[in-house]
Design a protein around this ligand. Structure first.
Ligand code: ADP
Ligand code: ADP
Length: 226
């Protein structure tokens, strides 16, 4: 069943001399429960594409359908609500809030969804336990290793029970052991039915994918089904 459909997607920055065409008419279909890996050389448009799929950014032309809904026509506010309801994000740079503990970072998306405090704390503790960090709940990000920070970020991404996880080079700042831990967590989430869409240039990880989307110069040059 088609979950996400992309039709003739264009992204252009700037005007005149400074014009950069970053995405050139992309088309893609993603089913529920897929593990999609988007790969290609640096600067080919992977992050831009992921940010548009995740409704963090909008295209200049074309459409992203999610569950048949024309997301590109939504207002910024509608997109924010939709995003909080169905998706979780994991970034290369972790994007944790340094003034909040691990537990509070995981609580944050639930606060934005107005869940009550006792539920938030209970669920945040459970999620930290599931990523092996129950003993680090009261640590601040700067007291954690990169691998631990990314595991907190995964727990945070799961806070609102997402249907999709968007991950942009989630292993890019990690050593191979921590990177493999993160990949195993993503694989487990995929096994539990969550759709994963991940950008990486590390080709060894394509073995986890149900679909590998290869990009070059703003175009999809190949789609390999596994
Ligand atoms: P990748 O993730 O494959 O490395 P990106 O999507 O980050 O590629 O970037 C693709 C191209 O778009 C690059 O040439 C980059 O410089 C350009 N780009 C990204 N964001 C902006 C922006 N806000 N303004 C202008 N150009 C941008
Ligand atoms: P990477 O480290 O993989 O290159 P970035 O740090 O560039 O990823 O993040 C991708 C984009 O998402 C950036 O434009 C950033 O501003 C945006 N972003 C990051 N975190 C959030 C967030 N929590 N909510 C909304 N947008 C975010």
């Amino acid at each position: 069943m088609t979950f996400i459909e992309v039709k003739n997607l264009w992204k252009i920055y700037g005007k005149g001399e400074a014009k950069t065409v970053v995405l050139k008419g992309l088309n893609l279909k993603i089913d529920k429960g897929e593990f999609v890996i988007i790969t290609g050389p640096s600067g080919c448009g992977k992050s831009t594409f992921l940010n548009i799929l995740g409704l963090l950014d909008v295209p200049n032309k074309g459409m992203v359908y999610i569950n048949g809904k024309k997301t590109t026509l939504m207002s910024e506010n509608e997109r924010a609500i939709f995003r909080r309801k169905i998706s979780g994000f994991v970034f290369q740079q972790f994007h944790l809030i340094n003034t909040l503990t691990a537990l509070e970072n995981v609580e944050l998306p639930m606060m934005l969804n107005e869940m009550d405090k006792s539920y938030r704390i209970k669920r945040a503790k459970k999620l930290l336990k599931s990523v092996g960090l129950e003993k680090r709940a009261n640590h601040y990000p700067n007291q954690l290793s990169g691998g631990q920070m990314q595991r907190v970020a995964i727990a945070r991404a799961l806070a609102n029970k997402p249907k999709i996880i968007f991950a942009d080079e989630p292993t890019g700042n990690l050593d191979s052991k921590s990177g493999n831990q993160v990949m195993n967590m993503l694989r487990e989430l995929h096994d539990n039915g969550i759709t994963i869409i991940m950008v990486t240039h590390e080709l060894e990880y394509t073995r986890y994918a149900t679909k590998v989307v290869k990009m070059k110069d703003g175009e999809i040059i190949d789609i390999v089904e596994h």
